[in-house]
Design a protein. Structure first.
Length: 297
């Protein structure tokens, strides 16, 4: 009788601890929060780190440090290949408890899931709501990793920070102009970020306005010729950098760029390296950069 009761208690305990996690390609059950985490998407890596969890493996470790930067990635995190082609043999040897990917890696989902339970969470999708998606993913990963309170704290902190930064910008003289966010492909072509971008969602949360309203792709940008900037001269132009020395020279010497009103009014700002396809920490970091640029005088 005692053995029966003990067995029943063990079964009930197991069931109470079991956790069914829904993700974009199915459901996975865990008996306890996974500890050995591999993240193959930088936005997911950033989110995991923001929850106080150090991933055992990440994709393109050096690239993360160059473009994402924060939260800082410890040396202990192993590089497991590129974001497009992870090293499957190395992953199998590592024996992770969970692998985190976006749906952009769905072609190799089955292979990854055969190595370890693989969860799919996507911030950049056809919904074009990256900031809201980042909040949802933070909540979901908080549940997976047993960090639900930490996840809620991150969400609330970022939300308050964006509002505070927005108030600072709106109180400044520069804050009275709408914004433009561009990344140069070459001296004649650029990407302009708007609807569906982390850029747009961040400044909307800050209470600021984007002057570019043209259709965008899934990633939230439009590819256009530099001449289109002539239609948006009364703006603060934010250039995603860093620009190389020769790129700066070509831009400065361009007759078209020189006659633009934003150039003549000294309303052009170069931002440092930042991951424009990140999560909540990237949004906060981006918000800090534009606030500093527009309120530095």
């Amino acid at each position: 009788m005692r053995k029966t009761i003990a067995l029943l208690f063990t079964v009930l305990t197991f069931q109470s601890q079991a956790m069914t996690i829904k993700h974009e390609l199915g459901e996975t059950e865990f008996t306890e929060p996974p500890e050995k985490v591999v993240a193959l998407d930088w936005a997911l890596t950033e989110t995991v780190l923001s929850l106080g969890v150090i991933p055992a493996g990440v994709a393109d470790k050096d690239g993360y440090r160059t473009w994402v930067g924060e939260p800082a990635l410890p040396d202990s995190a192993m590089n497991v290949g590129s974001r497009r082609e992870p090293n499957l043999e190395l992953l199998a040897e590592m024996q992770p408890d969970v692998i985190l990917v976006s749906n952009h890696m769905s072609p190799v989902y089955q292979q990854l899931n055969a190595i370890a339970p693989t969860l799919v969470y996507t911030i950049y999708s056809d919904s074009k709501t990256p900031l809201a998606n980042a909040v949802k993913v933070t909540q979901q990963l908080g549940k997976v990793l047993g960090k639900e309170q930490r996840a809620q704290s991150v969400i609330e902190t970022v939300s308050a920070h964006l509002k505070q930064n927005g108030d600072k910008v709106l109180a400044s003289e520069a804050g009275q102009k709408p914004l433009m966010f561009v990344r140069f492909i070459n001296d004649k072509t650029l990407r302009i970020h708007s609807e569906g971008s982390l850029t747009q969602d961040t400044i909307t949360a800050m209470g600021l306005k984007n002057d570019w309203q043209e259709p965008t792709n899934m990633w939230g940008f439009t590819t256009a010729g530099i001449e289109k900037m002539a239609e948006h001269q009364n703006t603060n132009v934010m250039i995603f950098g860093p620009l190389k020395a020769d790129e700066q020279k070509k831009l400065i010497q361009s007759p078209l760029w020189q006659v633009m009103a934003f150039t003549r009014s000294d309303s052009v700002y170069e931002l440092p390296a930042i991951w424009t396809f990140g999560g909540l920490v990237s949004a906060q970091r981006f918000s800090d950069f534009i606030t500093q640029a527009l309120t530095q005088n």
